[in-house]
Write a protein that binds this ligand. Sequence first.
Ligand SMILES: [Zn+2]
Ligand SMILES: [Zn+2]
Length: 147
Amino acid sequence: MKNPESDTTWAKQALRDAALRATAARVAVLKLLASKGVPMSHAAVVESLHEFGFDQSTLFRCLNEIADAGLVSRLDLGDQTRRFELRKTREGAEVTHPHFMCIDCGELKCMEDFSVRITPSRGPRRDKLGTITEIMIRGHCGNCKTA
Ligand SMILES: [Zn+2]
Ligand SMILES: [Zn+2]
């Protein structure tokens, strides 16, 4: 983390904007997600914040509260693990990138440098699909491909 103090200020402000009280656990979780920059599971959050003494259930509640408030999105990437990712960067940009998961090692990457456009063909059926919230791409990551 480059500047922990400004991270705390940012996290508190983000919570206030979402009408949530800036509890220590919520601030810690937001700062963690911002610093990692990849979607994290509850287990990974618990492990990363272990040294600060937050217990599992506090963090679980906290993740769901900030997700319900719209600060993070819940990603279900098809491997039975729910992950949480910030919906906006610290700079306020909406997070819309697709994700890449390696089918060999399970590593998950944010495809921030890619843009994927799905353009439906015309016709009445395109409306029935609803809203796309997640684009998930699978393949072999660089490490597994060469192994
Ligand atoms: Zn891999
Ligand atoms: Zn991502």
